[in-house]
Design a protein around this ligand. Sequence first.
Ligand code: BEZ
Length: 213
Amino acid sequence: MSLRLGDIVPNFQAETTNGPIDFYEFLGDSWGILFSHPADYTPVCTTELGFTAKLGEEFAKRNVKVLAVSVDPLESHHGWKKDIEETQGCLVNFPIIADENKVVAGLYDMIHPNASEKATVRSLFVIGPDKKLKLSITYPASTGRNFNEVLRVVDSLQLTANYSVATPANWNHGEDVIVVPAVSTEDAIKKFPKGVKVVKPYLRYTPQPNVES
Ligand code: BEZ
């Protein structure tokens, strides 16, 4: 059965380009991103892994550990990693799982037989420090994911985990946020000293609480 938001994600042990790992131990108290790609030595995947590697500092700033997976063997991953570094101009420091037996792909429902019998689709899971699933997206092989969007979503998830706010359409870090409906306007004024703008009784904005303004 597929994973749903709020579910505890399954643990696993796997061989990776950085050595064997236990997923939960790898994550520790960090946030995690587990993402699959259809196959090694393919063009879109090459750009995706390269771009993710380039965002390494951004993920580290947010305390997010990244882990890639495909069903190709370790030797293939090592060779392809060199190609990614050569063509994308970056070092791939995060581990890539060699899921030849499709254990991880099975646990996380990454093979969608009507899309491809054998290859994983482009699944991406954001996992919280509590090991619960916070977000999942699925793209087809032909469409590379937007990893700036993944960072934007992590910013929203980390903010809304700590404050009684939600983020509006197209929100970016630093912009005004929405007071959640569960908080009355009277309480919101006390909770958010930077101010509350009431557009409608159910639509109330406040400056992002965890940034200097
Ligand atoms: C790619 O990563 O470029 C790719 C993989 C499978 C099908 C189409 C594109």
